[in-house]
Design a protein around this ligand. Structure first.
Ligand code: ADP
Ligand code: ADP
Ligand code: MG
Length: 548
């Protein structure tokens, strides 16, 4: 058998624990002796958008660096500076031969949307509009600005932008370049659902896929599915080695990834399949329990900005996770402040309010941590966290893998590692209400699932309540018992629904956005319908926007 499969393997598969020796001739790059090794590369193809999925530390950014000419591959010969001829020869007979031949002769001009948008704040000075004008080689900056809805930030300085605005600015700055190969390294962090789909549509609309190479790395599987035609899966052992799969059609590729078995290579990449449980049942509230939170219909207006928020009455119970969905600037933070008594309603009241709120902000940077090391930050959040005999150590620290990085400096952590620390610090604190804003940013699919499980477990054990602002709908559906939908006009007028079932809430959200979503029959995961397609029209006609 394959050596990792729990069941008896019907395929006689190979797996990541019994890799064939001949794989060694497929090494494309190795950073150093005993350092990360990359096998194969995703294949850029004209006429197709190639999506890339894989765990953090599996070589996605490394692949992009190589294909965009930023990193010359050493074919595993550490320290060697190979001639391009030798590199091209190595890929002889494959589609990559032509690609590298063109790249070596400067016939491919690449442009990359980098992964960590925060880095730009330090490197780039100036105002959004001017910088976009300067970047614009195609004379399309206005159209791109319209499509991505960033007109209102054109006069702002880069340093003043929120994470989501920065993300859209960078996507725009890449789209206006006249290039032959476009690479987007994780373009959804900090964006709401509508913006994610807008970015996907903009890539299709402004890049002529029949003449240009396009690759996207994405962990939000609903978006990856929507944006790509084909996918390559990178598997292996994060930080040690990564192997790029053959290209698959987008639907089957994502399903194979979730299943953990790649038929074209007869390879088992994971012991267990990934299942995003899709909730359909409505939770029955325990009658004996008192709510942790209870509020009537509320109206709140900010005198200075004029922003007005209307909230429907609701309540939350111990052990319950409430999802929060909706765009930025719609009143989510205002709602939480009202619940915590930081703000007073103009009309209505909070009947049962919380005393303490533990908050994980959306945007991550080492600056949000007061201590230098991982351990010191966790200890500061709660002294018991690092006691190996405590349940919180077992359920939080070990489950998130933080026990392996206790001595590391916060400043050296990757985006995904920072996120896991931020979630752990927030959940370790004593509070009545835990508010986590976009816990999925920079996490891979497996980490997203782990974090979701950890949140549920900790909240149930503590008998407290969590509110999770999350735009990855598969994850939101998985983590929350019920959802509150925010809608209206961002910055002007917001509405917050009562807590409702996932199905009802998602239906409401998607109806607001004019998007319909069907269920993939094989994996049960949500898939966005093409606008105007038969299913899109049919679902709209019966008012079933979310997986009828
Ligand atoms: P991904 O984008 O899939 O998260 P990366 O391609 O960024 O992964 O990194 C893959 C592995 O290579 C990681 O373990 C990372 O630490 C390592 N790595 C990346 N860049 C370098 C480098 N310049 N030197 C040594 N190791 C590196
Ligand atoms: P979200 O959390 O959904 O992004 P917020 O509740 O933070 O939204 O903000 C909603 C709107 O209210 C925004 O337009 C914001 O600029 C405005 N706003 C937030 N705080 C204040 C305040 N203290 N005074 C005036 N306007 C504010
Ligand atoms: Mg990366």
């Amino acid at each position: 058998g394959c050596g990792i499969c729990v069941k008896k393997c019907p395929f006689n598969a190979i797996s990541i624990v019994n890799l064939p020796d001949e794989l060694e001739k497929n090494v494309v790059h190795r950073y150093g002796e005993n350092m990360f090794k990359l096998y194969n590369l995703p294949i850029p193809r004209l006429g197709n958008i190639m999506g890339i999925i894989g765990r953090n530390g599996s070589g996605k950014t490394t692949s992009i660096k190589i294909l965009s000419g930023l990193l010359k591959p050493n074919l595993g010969q550490v320290g060697a500076d190979l001639e391009w001829d030798n590199i091209i020869k190595r890929f002889r007979g494959t589609e990559l031969q032509t690609y590298f031949a063109k790249l070596a002769n400067n016939k491919i001009r690449p442009v990359v949307k980098i992964q960590y948008v925060e880095l730009v704040k330090r490197r780039l000075k100036g105002r959004v509009g001017e910088l976009l004008k300067k970047a614009d080689e195609r004379g399309i900056d206005r159209e791109v600005v319209d499509k991505l809805a960033i007109k209102h930030v054109l006069d702002r300085k880069i340093s003043e932008l929120s994470g989501g605005e920065l993300q859209k600015f960078l996507v725009a700055a890449v789209l206006v370049k006249e290039a032959d190969a476009y690479f987007f390294d994780e373009s959804c962090s900090y964006l709401d659902v509508k913006e994610r789909l807008r970015v996907a549509q903009a890539i299709r609309e402004f890049i002529d896929v029949s003449k240009k190479y396009v690759m996207v790395v994405e962990h939000d599987l609903m978006v990856l599915d929507y944006i790509s035609d084909q996918v390559s899966i990178i598997y292996g052992e994060p930080g040690v080695y990564g192997i790029v799969s053959k290209p698959y059609g987008v639907r089957t590729g994502i399903n194979h990834y979730l299943e953990g078995y790649l038929p074209a290579e007869n390879m088992r990449i994971r012991r267990e399949p990934i299942h995003f449980r899709i909730q359909v049942d409505i939770r029955v509230k325990p009658e004996s329990e008192y709510p942790i939170l209870k509020w009537t219909n509320i109206v709140k207006t900010y005198r200075t900005s004029g922003f007005k928020l209307f909230i429907e009455a609701g309540e939350a119970y111990p052990g319950e996770v409430l999802g929060i969905i909706g765009p930025n600037g719609i009143g989510k933070t205002t709602f939480i402040k009202l619940l915590g008594g930081v703000l007073e309603p103009d009309e209505g009241e909070v009947l049962v309010s919380v005393e303490t709120i533990s908050f994980k902000p959306q945007e991550l940077s080492p600056k949000i941590f007061p201590e230098e090391t991982v351990a010191a930050n966790l200890r500061r959040a709660s002294p018991n966290t690092l006691n190996p005999a405590s349940w919180i150590y077992a359920e939080l620290i070990r489950k998130l893998g933080l026990n392996k990085m206790l001595d590391r400096y916060v400043a050296d952590l990757s985006g995904g590692e920072l996120q896991k620390l931020a979630v752990a610090v927030a959940l370790a604190k004593q509070a009545d209400l835990y508010l986590l804003d976009e816990p999925s940013a920079y996490l891979d699919v497996e980490e997203r699932l782990t974090v979701a499980k950890v949140i549920r477990r900790i909240i149930e054990e503590k008998r407290k309540t969590a509110m999770i602002v999350e735009h990855d709908l598969m994850l939101q559906n998985y983590v929350s018992d019920e959802v509150i939908v925010f809608y209206g006009k961002p910055g002007i007028e917001g509405y917050a629904s009562k807590p409702m079932s996932n199905r009802e809430g998602f239906n409401k959200l998607l109806k607001e956005l004019g998007i319909t979503v069907r269920r993939d029959p094989q994996s049960g995961r949500p898939r966005v319908n093409k606008p105007g397609s038969y299913l899109d029209r049919q679902q709209k006609s019966i008012g079933q926007y979310y997986m009828p």
